[in-house]
Write a protein of this length. Structure first.
Length: 392
């Protein structure tokens, strides 16, 4: 394929991977740059960004001046989208923006010269609706409903303007179809890549438990997420409490969620990458009880380190077959989660088999595979072909 000019909108400089979207943009852009394509990552300029390098791993870093308008709902998203559109108009063969940030994408459908792609990492509208659910019984924050209407309008506009829509899981694509009427002829699923995981070394698992002060005769379930309600931490906690009430020796380790620990629940808050690895090595099962998720990025790392996965359908873990590659629990009923957890804690052979199968499947989600899938989509557009959505 000829050299392409690709512009990718990111919330951060490509060297800053502090958000999932920024990490994805940087990693896949670096793959394209190594293939010889001219890749730019465009990001809103921050107060300290003048000291940042103009390139990163062959990727051009383009800071954008973004000036949100006071008292205008979702103005930051809208103005960032407008700034990105101006960068795209300076010259690009492919332009990629996420969700509502693509509301002003100058796509070919709009008479532009660039192939406009909107990547859905989950619906921004759904994330906001869950923010409201988090405040059950409380009044919503000031301006919440204006923001909700604005994000729905921007996200719908982005999808309508795009030449192609990419969803990071079948769950997200189905949600976009039901909410915005996304046409399958313009949409496809492309899984995000994930970083390779160093396999556990001999004795590392025992050393990890010792470093964390954990008991050898206790079973540990792990759940990850700072957004407690959306990530379903209350479901995991209720399931573990239920098992402990039956006399089972099981403790829940929570990564990301700050707060005091209590009997049966250890809240670790934000942890370093090294500490996260220690926690995963110390666990027996990873729980993914999310009420809404594009795809759980922690899944591959956990499976590669020997943890079987127990997931809700809403978690976005749609690779493989439930029951053989991971366990799927419908809904958020703690009794069902407790039963699923108990079925694994008492069966080491099944835990190992699920972890091995899950790791094998998820290891196929590389940055190279993601980059190749995007370029395949570009070729389809050039050839006038319609994308197909692969089966689950």
């Amino acid at each position: 394929m000829e050299t392409l000019r690709i512009r990718f909108l990111s919330p951060r400089h490509p060297s800053d991977h502090s958000t999932g979207v920024a990490h994805v943009a940087a990693r896949v852009s670096a793959v394209w740059a190594k293939q010889g394509h001219a890749v730019s990552v465009c990001f809103p300029r921050g107060p300290d960004d003048r000291e940042l390098p103009r390139t990163w791993e062959g990727v051009e870093a383009v800071p954008m001046e973004v000036r949100p308008r006071a008292h205008v709902p979702k103005s930051l998203e809208a103005e960032t989208g407008r700034a990105f559109a101006r960068e795209v108009e300076r010259g690009a063969d492919v332009a990629i923006a996420n969700n509502e940030f693509g509301a002003f994408l100058p796509s070919r459908r709009q008479g532009g010269a660039s192939l406009g792609v909107v990547a859905l990492h989950g619906l921004a509208l759904r994330f906001m609706q869950l923010e409201r659910a988090t405040r059950r019984g409380l009044r919503p924050r000031a301006g919440f409903y204006a923001d909700l209407r604005a994000v729905k309008q921007l996200e719908r506009q982005a999808i309508e303007r795009a030449d192609r829509v990419v969803a990071i899981s079948h769950r997200v694509l189905e949600d976009a179809e039901a909410t915005y009427g996304v046409q399958r002829g313009r949409a496809r699923v492309i899984y995000n890549g994930t970083d390779p995981v160093r396999p556990a070394e001999t004795g590392e698992r025992l050393n990890a438990r010792a470093a964390l002060g954990l008991r050898d005769d206790e079973r540990y379930a792990i759940v990850v997420g700072a957004d407690a309600y959306r990530k379903g931490l209350d479901v995991a906690e209720a399931a573990v409490r239920r098992l402990r009430g039956e006399g089972r020796r099981v403790t829940l380790l929570e990564i990301g969620h700050a707060g005091p620990s209590e009997e049966g629940v250890v809240r670790l808050g934000r942890v370093s990458e090294e500490r996260k690895r220690q926690v995963l090595l110390s666990g027996d099962v990873l729980l993914l009880p999310s009420r809404y998720e594009g795809f759980p990025g922690i899944a591959q790392e956990a499976a590669a380190l020997g943890l079987p996965l127990v997931a809700s359908r809403e978690s976005g873990l749609d690779t493989g077959r439930p029951g053989e590659d991971f366990l799927e629990v419908p809904g958020s009923e703690p009794a069902a989660w407790a039963q699923a957890l108990l079925s694994l804690l008492g069966d080491e052979t099944r835990r190992r088999r699920l972890a091995e199968r899950g790791s094998k499947l998820l290891s196929e989600r590389t940055w190279q595979a993601m980059a190749d899938d995007y370029l395949s989509m570009v070729r389809e557009e050039k050839d006038g072909a319609h994308p197909t959505v692969p089966p689950r």
